[in-house]
Ligand binder design. Structure first.
Ligand code: FAD
Length: 346
């Protein structure tokens, strides 16, 4: 049976079936049909994606984006899935992964050129080996450089954006563009590319020469502190809520606010506010996206009632229909099973 017939039989929409044919004709080979997204993201939550492509080159990324647009199929760009809550109902579109197959690394002096799928811990290791300083704070962040740049991620209140010189992207129309640091408009855990549907295929960083032993020491200290503070055995997506500077000055970081509101350890089905670090929601097994969204709604509402501050989410939610925004946008709009709120328990 031709693959498009199999898809139609499996109740997949005609545009998806047509896109699959077009992708194959364009020479895209690494296509999975109906792959459970729970296998692809760190929270281990998410139903099947109609199509998932593991991109091998920027030309292939451009072809995927152009063809998906032509067929009216939504696309979600996935890195390592370390910051993502995927809908338990799955994804009715194309998930385009920029990962290991696009993870080249070239270092010339203090200039570092990374493929968009480069694994951040590998980058940190190479920087330490070469004695390049500036990004020690990213040691241990389990994502790709593309995802880190999009989120302007980092630790110790720093962001990777301070060291970004140039970002190469493929636009949703399939055009390749180069953006400067100014055009990326980095701010705390934010960049101009969020929500724009562009795929980051290459990142150029500029670092400073430093003492390899001192860099290694600092990274080891950071890794040890992460191991102490963060839950490691249960799937999670790192910090659920962003630190808000005004709230930080008065109440402290989100983890402290959540703990002081008595919410550490509360649970709903498979989802639980980590007993180790209250800004982490862990999947104890079989958690659904609605359970996580209900916990987020409850935490956000309770902390606001106690402190007057609204904590926004760092974690992003992708709906089955293809919308992607910070998770609290969906809870504020009541887009989860509100009946679950009554089942939250200690
Ligand atoms: C245990 C743990 C600890 C963490 N600690 C930290 C921390 O200390 N600091 C921190 O900042 N974050 C932390 N995170 C969150 C996460 O690791 C970072 O945000 C990470 O950089 C996201 O990268 P990713 O490849 O996993 O992106 P994903 O989670 O796959 O995606 C995140 C966003 O980036 C987009 N994206 C991903 N790749 C690309 C690309 N190539 N082009 C365009 N868009 C792309 C996605 O569409 C999505 O909007 C942690 C997560 C975990 C699980």
């Amino acid at each position: 049976m031709p693959p498009e017939a199999a898809l139609l039989r499996a109740n997949v929409s005609a545009p998806i079936a047509a896109l699959l044919v077009a992708l194959r004709q364009a020479g895209v080979t690494r296509i999975a049909e109906g792959r459970p997204l729970a296998q692809e993201v760190r929270w281990r939550i998410g139903g099947p994606a109609d199509l998932l492509v593991e991109a091998e080159s920027s030309t292939e990324v451009a072809a995927c984006l152009r063809l998906a647009r032509a067929h009216g199929v939504p696309v979600f760009i996935l890195g390592d899935g370390s910051n993502m809550l995927m809908d338990s109902h799955g994804y009715r579109g194309l998930v385009l992964r920029i990962g290991r197959a696009m993870s080249a690394l070239h270092i010339e002096g203090t200039r570092v050129i990374c493929g968009g799928g480069l694994w951040v811990p590998r980058l940190a290791l190479e920087l330490a080996r070469r004695g390049l300083t500036g990004l020690e704070h990213v040691a241990g962040i389990p994502g790709t450089i593309g995802g880190l740049v999009l989120m302007n991620g980092g630790s110790q209140r720093k962001g990777v954006g301070a060291h970004v010189r140039r970002v190469t992207v493929v636009t949703p129309e399939g055009d390749i563009r180069s953006l400067t640091q100014e055009e990326m408009a980095f701010s705390y855990r934010h960049s101009a590319l969020q929500g724009r549907g562009c795929a980051i295929t290459e990142v150029e960083l500029e670092l400073e020469p430093g003492d390899p032993a001192a860099i290694r020491r600092e990274m080891i200290d950071i890794l040890a502190s992460r191991r102490r503070k963060f839950p490691k055995n249960l799937p999670n997506c790192g910090s659920t809520f962003l630190s808000n500077p005004a709230m930080y000055a008065v109440v402290g970081p989100p983890g402290k606010a959540i703990e002081e509101a008595g919410l550490k350890g509360i649970a709903l089905g498979g989802a639980q506010v980590s007993p180790l670090h209250a800004n982490f929601i862990v999947n104890r097994g079989g958690a659904t996206s609605d359970e996580v969204l209900a916990l987020i709604a409850h935490i956000r509402q309770t902390v606001h009632a106690r402190t007057g501050y609204r904590m926004d989410c760092e974690a992003r939610f992708v709906s089955a229909e293809g919308e992607e925004r910070p998770a609290h946008d969906f809870t504020d709009a009541g887009r989860f099973d509100i009946g679950l709120l009554g089942r939250i328990a200690l």
